[in-house]
Design a protein around this ligand. Structure first.
Ligand code: HXC
Length: 298
């Protein structure tokens, strides 16, 4: 990320204590860096402790401040509870960014129950567990709290070839709207960002092997490009920082008007693929998954 393109003054997020799930890599790391740079204390969690440590060292080396790491698989509500209790012992969070996700492109007829669950357990259930673990503590202690969830524009028009992800993120979209109302009276707020294509390693390997799928979307974007990381970070800071507290229950797209123009999903890129193409893609995705798995500590 080009940190010089953050649009906020130094110290803008001082006093904030924010946990970013999946904060060791990709969009989570970008948001964690922006919050840290602007003075927040940052916590990041993920399944690969080594990756988390590397990111924490890198970000603190660059900006100072505090980045705490937590090895946690958000599919397990027990691990979440343990992590949140640990964090709370040092002091309550002021904000949670639900960024961790799992996804891969697949024809829906090729999905097994395990394949569906691998995604739904992370995105749909895990995000709820995280939100519930923080929300119940904020309510019990009479504290304000702020939750931002990272969705996709597929929550509005569907995600062919990524159906478990689209279904799960659509559920989190409704959670955002529902809790903004139900828990607004406790001073808690809930918003979401629906990014278009912001290329990351995890995304490219699983949604765009061979340059198909995800990476073809920017060629069709009205602005002729994909998103820049600082653009996402600026929106995340707007929603997580002080000064816009009355924004509640909103899901904001940041996609260069991609989904209005051409659906923003992968239908056109992937529909022409045949059996052999899918077989190759599946092997390539599984190779990435196996490599990631070997690094997991939880
Ligand atoms: C069909 C597949 C498959 C594939 C895995 N499976 N890959 N099925 N096609 N390509 C099946 C497996 O065969 C197995 O089912 C089941 O899924 C679980 O596989 P595991 O490898 O054991 O899964 P697991 O280790 O739990 O990994 C979870 C994961 C993985 C979701 C599969 O991709 C992951 O950890 N991802 C995290 C990072 C990530 O995905 N980032 C991208 C997010 S992008 P069987 O039946 O064989 O047991 C995003 C939005 C992008 O979310 C928006 C862009 C616009």
């Amino acid at each position: 990320m080009d940190i010089a393109k953050l649009m906020y003054r130094e110290g803008f997020m001082e006093g904030e204590r924010i946990l970013v799930t999946g904060g060791g890599t990709g969009l989570g790391k970008v948001m964690a860096e922006a919050f840290l740079k602007l003075g927040a204390s940052v916590h990041i969690c993920g399944r690969r402790e080594g990756k988390l440590q590397e990111t924490a060292d890198e970000l603190m080396g660059r900006h100072g401040g505090s980045v705490s790491i937590h090895a946690c698989d958000i599919r397990s509500h027990e691990s979440i509870d343990e992590m949140i209790s640990d964090i709370w012992q040092d002091g309550p969070l002021t904000g949670l960014v639900n960024n961790a996700a799992g996804n891969f492109v697949s024809r829906t007829e090729d999905l097994s129950v395990n394949g569906f669950n691998a995604i739904a357990d992370t995105v749909f259930r895990g995000t709820f567990y995280m939100t519930h673990a923080c929300g119940t503590r904020w309510i019990e202690q009479g504290l304000r709290g702020n939750v931002l969830s990272i969705l996709t524009t597929w929550v509005w028009n569907g995600g062919p070839f990524v159906v478990p992800s689209a279904m799960s993120k659509a559920g989190i979209n409704i959670m955002t709207q529902s809790l903004a109302v139900e828990w607004g009276r406790y001073g808690l707020r809930f918003n979401a960002i629906a990014p278009g294509l912001f290329p990351t390693e995890g995304m490219s390997a699983r949604l765009s092997p061979e340059g198909r799928g995800g990476n073809s979307v920017d060629r069709m974007n009205p602005m002729g490009r994909h998103g820049e990381m600082h653009e996402l970070a600026n929106l995340a800071v707007f929603l997580m920082g002080p000064g816009a507290e009355w924004v509640n229950g909103q899901t904001i797209a940041i996609d260069g008007a991609g989904y209005q123009a051409n659906s923003g999903n992968f239908y056109q890129a992937l529909a022409p693929m045949g059996d052999e193409d899918w077989q190759r893609m599946r092997e390539s995705i599984k190779g990435t998954n196996a490599k990631d798995k070997a690094q997991r500590t939880t």
